[in-house]
Design a protein around this ligand. Sequence first.
Ligand code: ZN
Ligand code: ZN
Length: 357
Amino acid sequence: MDHHLRRSTLSDRLSSLEVDAFLVTSLTNVRYMTGFAGSNGQALVAGDESVFFTDGRYTEQAGHEVPDLERVTYSDALASALAEQVSRLGVRRVGFEADHLSVRSYERLSDALEGVDLVACDDEVGRIRWIKDDEELASLERAQTVTDQAFDDVLETLAVGVTEQQIARNLEALLRRDGADGLSFDPIVAFGENAAEPHHEPGHRMLEEGDVITMDFGALFGAYHADMTRTIAFGEPASELKKIHDIVRQAQQAGIDAVHEGATGAEVDAAARGVIEGAGYGDAFSHGLGHGVGLDIHEGPRLGREFTHVLPARAVVTVEPGIYVPGLGGVRIEDMVEVTADACRVLGNASRDLIEL
Ligand code: ZN
Ligand code: ZN
């Protein structure tokens, strides 16, 4: 991973942001910019004069994870250490991540940095993270491979009487067994009518003949998150659910077909949503079509009605339409895709047809 290149990309933005340096405080963004994987670190990005900050617990770790940056260890708070560096570098205007700095932290910095302007900025690093490099793509692909494997294997463990929680635990164990560093998030497992809740918390509901089963889960690999959903049937499901599955399957395909470099998040959402609306279930598709994935499980670029930004090549987004009918159940199908110049590439290989066990 070329952290230097990433910092150069941000440094190139400084003049248009009208700042001399950019303070990165989001831990995920710090990791992206420096390679630091600990729980407390900040980076002041200013071209070749960038500085990394942490506290005494991480001096040693930062030494090998952030070997290429000037490192400052502070004993109590960032503010005074930052003030020292800012004055050493002669920086007058410091951009900060308005999405990630608390009001209290802002006040502390503002008190310590006398005579320096703190400039609220958008999530500049998050925006750079939209475009994945080769190593990031490889990690996401590896995470998805493990996720596909766990999906195949968990099907063997479905039987009348097992509970949602048991299947969620099986998924966790299988993901780890197949090589995940951890879980992208706690698996969502919903049986029958519970599948009408998009983010159902697995409970003690027991599996019955004729239930649909929605599983939304993913492996974490090298800090990168996989995210996949399948809804399958245990025995013969209600005919409306079969019909709904068919609609969601077509909507997802329409969404996938609409993804390409230069398409907007709203256009891709509309392509999938149109299929669901056309089938009369528009109100039952109650969320956006998808989101970026990477170091965070939910990041940019988003796919949804309000997102007019354009998708760049090498962004990785989910395409996950769903239809949810209270009392009956629901269906969601989700895959991660890599945006390419004229289309996209689906990362996983699990079947999207209705599996009836
Ligand atoms: Zn998901
Ligand atoms: Zn998702």
